[in-house]
Design a protein around this ligand. Structure first.
Ligand code: ATP
Ligand code: MG
Length: 584
């Protein structure tokens, strides 16, 4: 029942739909009483030989009109109440989506994609079901039953009604006991379903890798275990679920036995007429449905509560990084400074950045290099504010970043991550993701700047070509350049390029970098790379090792020092030279 209370806000919002729907439902329940009463009376009239041809035709007309009216009434209350369920589903999905877009990476580390998808596709529909079918059954069960009970007392006999009610407490007891088990089992089912979803996502997206490692059979076996688990849990839930229905039928059966036995006794002793007994029997028939629905309602409610619990668990999780109470307005990022920043990922056992300091002014470029795993991407992510950092360590325009509005910071940034994300849309739509209103000329310019023009011209449908899921039909270098074009299109104040030129050849790399330098003159750029030629033009270069800056300076200064940078640069020059020779 607490579930209904939790949905109060929605019922309030759509009260008019509920009011009309429930009123029609009550009218229908009252109308259901007419045929039994009518037939009982007719039988009594036949017995007392007062039934005439006129009465017969009247009753036929009345019953036919009643059936037609009931058709219309039932249609409308179904329409109104189930319409509410559809509305709630849409609302909740929207809320969840908004919530998910605010979440930072640690949330997605805790909640896997498959489980979040199960929330959208399974749990939310179950919850919404309560707002439609649930409310309908609730009213049908309680009001429908009360109406029939009252009719039994008024039109037949209260003793007979009470006697036939005797088995009902047994029903309430068993259903509530079984309900607890049903709820627990449904929760297990939902969890197993989430795991299965995750497995499907990982298998499909990683199919190429699975195949190349000849792991398909193993994966199929693992998947079978997962589906087996879902099946077993479903069977268990279905088992308890199916126990409820027979219990109801048996209890109602007992009511029939009492109703008929004791009823016949009353007829025999002239306390009620034969017609009344038949009416009573038909009334009992009317009770069966609310009772059966009651069983379903219990299931629905338990299923819905299990789902709501899961949804609430997700919705309650707050984003790690939120806006401070007092924000300082910053119009443009005139400088970016890090002061002895140390950072550790949540749950990690060692720091990924240690005492990192640098300062760059607007329009300058910071190059970040270092061995793999040295913390380059981690450093860039600090600007995106995906994780909580110590206050007073990172400054934009000399204001601590935690006092600048999150939206503001993110609106300045054009971020090209190391693992680029492409959607299965057209090339144009992918590039225009950050600015869907961009004109064709603007998109074309971004394409030219990132040296993608020729590649696109060779595609069958130009920039309208759909690039498949995660850009499956593009080469690694094409994907990287698409991601660059996307960032350039929004003409950001701060451009962050995380190892985005690793898959293009040296010539294209230098062309793109030249274009970027021209396009982003006056903008601040952060660039990480393994190939040092990509950062050689930077105003300042930092070399990271195990999260610490071990060398820093301009390209020339670093070459002057006999450190990692110089050694790496010379090695790369030699390699380039020998590759050039091989190519000849
Ligand atoms: P590469 O050149 O391979 O891209 P990188 O210099 O960008 O490497 P980072 O991705 O910044 O390296 O990683 C730095 C360290 O932080 C690594 O030791 C890595 O294992 C760790 N790390 C990265 N992401 C996470 C995370 N989400 N949770 C915990 N540790 C992480
Ligand atoms: Mg990286």
């Amino acid at each position: 029942m607490s579930l209904i209370i939790k949905l109060k806000w929605f019922i309030k919002q759509r009260w008019i739909h509920y009011l009309i729907g429930v009123s029609l439902l009550i009218i229908a329940n009252l109308a259901f009483l007419i045929p039994p009463r009518f037939i009982g009376k007719t039988i009594d009239q036949i017995r007392s030989e007062t039934f005439t041809a006129d009465k017969l035709s009247n009753s036929v007309i009345l019953l036919a009109t009643l059936s037609c009216s009931l058709y219309v009434i039932i249609f409308f209350y179904h329409y109104l109440l189930f319409g509410n369920a559809i509305q709630l589903e849409k609302l909740l999905k929207g809320r969840l989506m908004r919530h998910l877009t605010q979440m930072t990476p640690s949330f997605f580390q805790r909640n896997r994609t498959g489980e979040l998808m199960a929330l959208v596709n399974n749990d939310i529909p179950f919850i919404a079901n309560i707002a439609g079918g649930g409310v309908m059954t609730l009213v049908f069960t309680f009001i429908g039953t009360v109406i029939v009970f009252v009719a039994m007392i008024v039109y037949v006999d209260y003793k007979l009604m009470l006697a036939s009610l005797l088995p009902l407490p047994l029903l309430a007891y068993t259903v509530s006991k079984l309900g607890v088990v049903v709820r627990r089992r449904f929760k297990d089912v939902q969890e197993a379903f989430g795991h299965m979803n995750q497995h499907v996502i990982e298998s499909i997206s990683g199919l190429r890798v699975l195949r190349s490692y000849v792991q398909e059979r193993k994966d199929i076996e693992a998947f079978e275990r997962v589906t087996d688990d879902v099946m077993k849990k479903n069977m268990k839930a279905a088992f308890t679920n199916t126990l409820i229905q027979p219990v109801i039928m048996t209890v109602v059966g007992f009511s029939y036995v009492i109703g008929n036995g004791y009823g016949s006794y009353l007829v025999f002793h002239n306390q009620i007429t034969l017609g009344q007994l038949i009416t009573f029997n038909m009334f009992l028939g009317l009770i069966i449905w609310p009772m059966v629905y009651f069983g379903e309602f219990v299931n629905m409610l338990k299923q819905g509560s299990a789902s709501l619990e899961r949804l609430e668990q997700s919705m309650e999780q707050q984003p790690d990084v939120v806006d401070a109470n007092e924000l300082v307005p910053v119009s443009v990022p005139t400088s970016i400074e890090m002061k002895q920043l140390t950072f550790r990922y949540p749950g990690a056992s060692s720091d990924s950045l240690r005492n990192v300091s640098f300062r760059i002014e607007q329009g300058q470029t910071l190059g970040i290099v270092g061995r793999t795993g040295s913390g380059k991407s981690t450093l860039l992510k600090q600007l995106l504010r995906q994780y909580i950092i110590e206050p007073q360590r990172l400054f934009i325009s000399d204001v601590p970043i935690e006092q600048v509005a999150l939206d503001r910071v993110r609106s300045w940034i054009g971020y090209v991550p190391q693992d680029h994300l492409l959607l299965s849309k057209s090339i144009r739509d992918n590039i225009a993701m950050g600015n869907p209103e961009a004109t064709d000329d603007e998109v074309l310019r971004a394409i030219e700047l990132s040296c993608l023009k020729e590649d696109i011209e060779q595609m069958s449908e130009g920039w309208d070509t759909i690039i498949g899921e995660s850009g499956i039909m593009l080469s690694g270098g094409q994907k990287q350049r698409m991601a660059i074009a996307r960032a350039l299109l929004i003409n950001p104040e701060i451009l962050i390029l995380d190892d985005v030129l690793s898959a293009v050849d040296a010539k294209t790399e230098s062309l793109i970098l030249k274009n970027i330098r021209q396009q982003t003159a006056g903008r601040t750029t952060f660039i990480t790379a393994h190939r040092l030629s990509a950062v050689s033009h930077a105003h300042w270069i930092v070399v990271l090792d195990q999260g610490q800056i071990i060398e820093e300076g301009t390209h020339e200064q670093l070459l002057y020092r006999n450190g990692w940078y110089k050694e790496q640069y010379e090695r790369q020059q030699m390699e380039a030279l020998s590759e050039g020779k091989e190519a000849l």
